[in-house]
Design a binder for this molecule. Structure first.
Ligand code: SAM
Length: 272
């Protein structure tokens, strides 16, 4: 367990993930019925962008650092939430910040220090459960959620071989156990082949209604670099595609590097 999200928090790929996640949460909040969120790889909850880890990589400066002042309209509410958080909020803290009293959050995190940090952060919070356990196993054990409406986020570090396959299998498990749930998974784009195989696996899985939103800093030809990132969403709420397009356009405008092959793509992988 070498990966620590503190080095990468606030980078361009976090901004893509979070802007999409924030929109999905907003869609769930439009209906009065309470919702649940299962965050299978929850991280540490919140990150100090002045901490040595964040300073060492400086990744946030090419991400949230470029959005904080005068954010484009499609990102304005998300950036306002980040500003109000008092730290850079991770996925679970972002979700907790918008939840109503009957909504529920379940976080899984395997790194002992990060899961301890999460337990401290949410100590005494009756709407949040923190588990020091494998997030993929949690998809089998903890779905369907209560309330039986909501969102699953799968956001692993992709440091071990086979992670794309585990994510595809995890999505299938969630799809089978939580019918109608909104399922989202983040993925890195270093080069095209693993992403193509991941998309093919999703297309051949039998799951329906799948959209992928991808943002590229540059053509993904150098597999040693994070050249882009994607969010795949299954059962996206009504009007996700125009909203995702607006998010991607805003990210391209603000975070684009001008390198060849940079830009964004919104792909419907499987119809409803
Ligand atoms: C990309 S980070 C998550 C970031 C977080 N979702 C956010 O947006 O703030 C991936 C996290 O997964 C944790 N992790 C790795 N393997 C895991 C597993 N099998 N189950 C649960 N957590 C795991 C890592 O320790 C790391 O904190």
């Amino acid at each position: 367990m070498n990966y620590r999200h503190a080095y990468h928090a606030g980078g361009f790929s976090d901004c893509l993930k979070q802007a999409v996640l924030f929109w999905l949460l907003g869609a769930l909040l439009k209906k009065p019925r309470p919702f649940s969120m299962l965050d299978t790889h929850a991280g540490a909850g919140g990150y100090d962008l002045a901490a040595p880890e964040a300073v060492r990589t400086g990744e946030w400066q090419g991400g949230i650092g470029r959005l904080m002042d005068d954010p484009p309209v499609p990102l304005a509410a998300y950036v306002a939430l980040v500003r109000a958080a008092g730290c850079f909020p991770g996925s679970c803290l972002l979700a907790r910040s918008v939840m109503r009293p009957a909504d529920r959050l379940v976080c899984c995190e395997l790194h002992p220090e990060d899961s301890a940090a999460l337990k401290r952060r949410f100590a005494g919070d009756r709407q949040v459960a923190v588990h020091h356990r494998d997030g993929y196993a949690a998809l089998k054990a903890l779905l369907p959620p209560d309330p039986r409406r909501g969102l699953v986020l799968i956001d692993p570090p992709y440091e071990e071989p086979g992670e794309f396959s585990r994510v595809a299998a995890g999505l299938e498990t969630a799809y089978a156990r939580f019918r109608g749930g909104v399922l989202a998974a983040w993925y890195p784009i270093k080069h095209r082949a693993p992403v193509r195989d991941f998309h093919i696996a999703l297309c051949e899985s039998g799951m329906r209604d799948i959209v992928a939103a991808e943002f590229f800093l540059r053509e993904p030809t150098d597999p040693t670099r994070l050249n882009g990132a994607g969010m795949v969403v299954i059962h996206p709420p009504f009007e996700f595609e125009p909203a995702a397009r607006a998010i991607l356009d805003s990210l391209s405008e603000r975070l684009g590097t001008g390198e060849p092959g940079g830009g964004a793509a919104l792909v419907r992988l499987v119809d409803e």
